[in-house]
Each structure stands twice: as structure tokens, then as C-alpha cells.
Design a protein. Structure first.
Length: 76
């Protein structure tokens, strides 16, 4: 996880924490919330956690061509 820029790491970790919190609320581990006992929030929380892992571990798309890469041969 060293090669991830700090903003992307922060966003990913926040998404994982918020999603995990929502799952915990909806499953009744934490009480006193409108989310308690509502399975919709479990699904939403799990999707948020998955999005957080995607932000952390999916490769970032390059904006431009790599200057060190050789150009492709014509017709290849």
C-alpha cells in the first residue's frame, strides 16, 4: 500500500470505515439508530466497503502515454 497516493488511501479507508459502521448498525451491533435492524443498510454498507477496497487496490488509469514506452509499430 506504499505506492498509493495519500488522498486515494484516505478516501479508501474512510469508505471502508463508514461502510463497516453502517453494516454494524444495521446488524444490531450498535443500537439506537434508525438503521438498526434494517437489512437495506447492510447491503449499502457492504457496497461502500467494496468501493473502498476498489479505490485502494484497483490500478489507477494512466492519463497519458508512458514517455518510456516505445511506440507500437504501424499495422501491429
Amino acid at each position: 500500500m506504499k505506492d498509493i497516493d495519500p488522498l486515494r488511501r484516505t478516501i479508501g479507508l474512510v469508505l471502508i470505515m463508514v461502510g463497516g459502521f453502517w453494516v454494524a448498525l444495521s446488524l444490531g451491533f450498535l443500537e439506537e439508530s434508525f438503521m438498526t435492524g434494517n437489512p437495506v443498510w447492510s447491503v449499502i454498507g457492504a457496497l461502500i466497503v467494496a468501493a473502498g477496497f476498489a479505490v485502494l487496490y484497483l490500478p489507477r488509469k494512466k492519463k497519458g502515454a508512458d514517455p518510456d514506452e516505445e511506440p507500437a509499430a504501424p499495422g501491429a
